[in-house]
Write a protein that binds this ligand. Sequence first.
Ligand code: G1P
Length: 289
Amino acid sequence: MIKPLRKAVLPVAGLGTRFLPATKAMPKEMLPVVDKPLIQYAVDEARAAGIEQFCMVTGRGKTALIDHFDIAFELEATLAERGKRDALELLREEAMPPGSISTVRQQVPLGLGHAIWCARAFIGDDPFAILLPDDLVLSQTPCTQQLADVYHETGGNVVAVSEVPPEQTHRYGILNIGEVQGNRVEVRGLVEKPAPADAPSNLSIIGRYILLPEVVTFLAQMERGAGNEVQLTDAMAKMIGHAPFHGLKFEGRRFDCGDKIGFLEAQIAFALARPDLNAAVREFLKHYP
Ligand code: G1P
């Protein structure tokens, strides 16, 4: 039986050192692309795929992320008083149902795998999505929905993948691929951050996953992998052969917002995708031929 997908884990404990000083007193996931923080893109994308329950794996100094999803009573009252209906409407549309966000703390930065393991009580016996808010995807159909469509057909584990230049394999989880069916590939093996010479392909995992809860059992082994961290990729590799495992070459463009250039490109791409901003952005870009 394929269980419905209702849960998502959002790992948000990272320090954001690549964005200092901006992230000195503010979580990197609160950095806005156009006018929305990265964390909200992730939550909106997951909700569009039918996800109802969220667990943020946070760390120290991340309270703004929790406040962001609370109701801002004073702000709403002031907006109402001043007749700012559009702004008020926007806040209300984005409001989360009560009890839909839980948080756990990752007390020590031992890697992405360890962060997911910290959410084990939330995961329980259910399949769950993982969205890494640094990875932003601009697409027709939200990326998590695209993965959910595959999951509902095949069950098992599904990860979003895209091709990277060979010299960049050391930055990603890389697939060893089996059968290819259109944009869906069978995952035969997974390696975290291999050197180009050791990479089994140039298909990399980007920060969108749908995983079976069994991954927690493998994470609990706390084996250290690349960078001496507990790697999610290594635990996922141990599930191969036990359940279907697919990579999806998703439709859309992915921006690495953990990187300055990726983040800047996302600003432009997301602004151009907005009908209210497109013309003005095109106009000012003329000054930078
Ligand atoms: C993590 C994962 C890696 C994946 C990447 C996608 O790496 O460990 O497998 O390819 O996210 O962004 P990180 O970027 O945290 O080093």
